[in-house]
Design a protein around this ligand. Structure first.
Ligand code: N01
Length: 545
């Protein structure tokens, strides 16, 4: 039966009693609902603030938005029928096709009847005596359940930088992560784009084609690998469908949840000619697999330099004006120490007559004026400003839920010096609250659907075991959390990842955010083995009662 009860009629009513509340209807919330409702038989609901499902893919509709894991494994692996019935049209499909896939899955599993759209959570409060979470929505409805699961995504809180004068701008401005449903018409417009991360690198080539003029305001130059996007052929589909078991086995056995193995040879163990040959081949193939060319690109600074130098030389090959090529060349961080983007014609965009690059380290933005952006050197006249300025990643979507746990502890305060989780799944003082792909788990270092499925499966089995054993409450121990946080730091320090000082992995993109390396860099297979071992031990490190 569809949820028809109107928001207004439910205001001031007693909380709706459920077995589990899930927040967010993206990849993670949909699968979590299916598992809890259809496998465990729980009365569960998904609360979603948007008016459609899709999570990240609902909001990120900016020009050029595509996935950057390949489509044949940027999808669920838990259902053989879905695998065999769905086919992707492109190697890296655009956002509408990904939403279509998620709607296909939701319809196939009849999930929508338990998803409440247009329902934004304003707070969640835990009752220590009853072991119940009560979730309140912006419209005043309340829902209560023993279990609360956040499925709010890692990159869902838009970071719009505070820029003097933005309110005076007479044109339109947009953040890429909150893109208008109907799109933006760039025809005949002068567009300014701030930001050159994965999003800006996807957006700029498309905006440049549509707009009269595009000015890209770059703070940090970035590496990028060509995506080499293209159609998926009938033969590709047949091959994938026949080989799905092996594809998922490989993805789960790896470091990043991708179905390919990282080379076992060091970049420093081969001759210069052989190394260049391997990089050339990876460049021609395109995509994130470039990172897997050698075993130590992310572990050894000298090895990393070989990859960084190769990619720098490519920028100089592609961009015709040597001065612009130099501005586009990153020197402040090594390749893949920040999340590597992949692109479709990004560097080529700067060969166009209607595109200008502005280095805002050399000429910082002073203010936004009614007619554009003024830097220390000049005024740039603009009709539209696009903020491709990223997200308050990983912690932002969670602390914004206004969560109060045991004894009134607030998540925002508990994490004021950085996130503190056990396995990225739970935090002390927040019993029965699970975070899907939370900080302290592989999450954003992984192909997301695989990371999501592993978390959802673990949470589901945990709840099943609790119910079987008559447990009402599970809470991460403070001590096991301290040890896990130390291990997360240790795992990051064994790589070059913490060296990129402007990385959002460290929270460095949001002024005032603590600089803490947030995802777990110890590898997906290793992480899964740790989680499985914890479960098999009877949930070591958690207090159950
Ligand atoms: O965000 P970012 P994103 N003034 O934080 C600049 C995923 N993703 O949306 O580097 C001026 O990477 C900032 O400069 P700097 C993917 O995991 C996936 O691009 O901080 N500039 C940077 O250039 C990705 O990593 C896909 O110096 C400012 C940019 O804005 C993650 O999302 C597609 C500024 C922000 O880059 C985030 O990517 C897209 C300021 N005040 C994204 N503040 C897929 O394909 C920030 N910047 C699946």
């Amino acid at each position: 039966m569809a949820i028809k009860e109107s928001a207004a009629s439910a205001v001031n009513a007693a909380p709706r009693q459920l077995d589990a509340i899930i927040i967010g209807a993206g990849f993670s919330g949909l699968y979590q609902l299916h598992k809890l409702r259809d496998d465990l038989g729980l009365n569960a609901v998904v609360l979603e603030k948007a008016d459609g499902i899709g999570g990240t893919w609902y909001w990120n509709r900016y020009p050029g938005a595509r996935c950057d894991s390949e489509s044949y494994y940027y999808c669920y692996s838990f259902n053989k029928e879905i695998e065999q019935e769905w086919s992707w049209s492109e190697r890296y499909p655009e956002h509408p096709e990904i939403r279509k896939y998620l709607n296909f899955v939701a319809d196939k599993l009849d999930l929508k009847r338990d998803i409440r759209l247009n329902t934004e959570v304003s707070s969640a409060v835990f009752d220590d005596t009853a072991n119940i979470w009560t979730v309140r929505t912006k419209s005043g409805e309340t829902f209560s359940a023993p279990f609360l699961i956040t499925a709010v995504g890692c990159l869902s809180t838009a970071n719009v930088p505070e820029m003097k004068g933005l309110e005076t701008f007479e044109g339109q401005w947009y953040h890429t992560g909150l893109w208008p449903q109907d799109g933006v018409n760039f025809a005949g417009k002068r567009v300014g784009q701030i930001g050159t991360g994965s999003t800006g690198i996807q957006a700029a080539p498309v905006i440049a084609e549509q707009a009269r003029h595009l000015t890209v305001f770059q703070r940090t130059a970035n590496y990028s690998i060509p995506a080499r996007n293209g159609p998926v052929t009938a033969e590709d589909v047949r091959h994938t469908r026949e080989n799905y078991d092996e594809i998922w086995r490989l993805a789960r056995a790896g470091t990043n949840g991708h179905p390919f193995t990282i080379s076992t040879q060091s970049a420093l163990s081969v001759s210069e000619a052989e190394r260049q040959g391997i990089y050339e081949k990876a460049w021609e193939r395109g995509g994130l697999r470039f990172r897997a060319s050698f075993s130590d690109v992310l572990q050894n600074a000298d090895a990393n330099l070989t990859a960084s130098d190769f990619l720098r030389s490519k920028i100089k090959e592609v961009v015709k004006d040597p001065a612009i090529a130099e501005m586009l060349t990153p020197y402040d961080h090594g390749f893949a120490t920040k999340r590597p983007p992949i692109d479709s014609g990004y560097f080529e965009t700067f060969n166009r007559d209607n595109v200008l690059l502005v280095d805002i380290k050399a000429e910082p933005i002073v203010e936004i004026t009614p007619r554009g952006i003024r830097t220390t050197k000049q005024q740039y006249e603009l009709d539209i400003i696009v903020f491709a300025t990223g997200f308050d990643a990983l912690t932002g979507p969670l602390v914004n839920l206004n969560i109060s746990g045991s004894d009134g502890a607030r998540l925002k305060d508990e994490w004021s010096a950085g996130p503190r989780t056990y396995l990225g799944l739970q935090s002390p003082k927040f019993p029965n609250l699970f975070t899907i792909t939370g900080p302290g788990s592989p999450s954003v270092l992984c192909n997301m659907p695989i990371a999501i499925e592993q978390h959802v499966d673990w949470i589901t089995e945990c709840i099943r075991a609790m119910r079987a054993n008559g447990h009402m409450r599970i809470e991460a121990d403070a001590d096991s959390t301290e040890k896990w946080v130390a291990h997360v730091n240790e795992a990051a320090d064994a790589t070059l990842l913490p060296m990129a000082s402007s990385s959002w992995y460290l929270g460095a993109n949001v002024p005032g955010k603590p600089r803490v390396f947030m995802p777990y860099a110890g590898g997906f297979a290793r992480y899964t083995a740790i989680c499985d071992d914890v479960a098999q031990s009877g949930y070591r490190g958690f207090a159950l009662s």
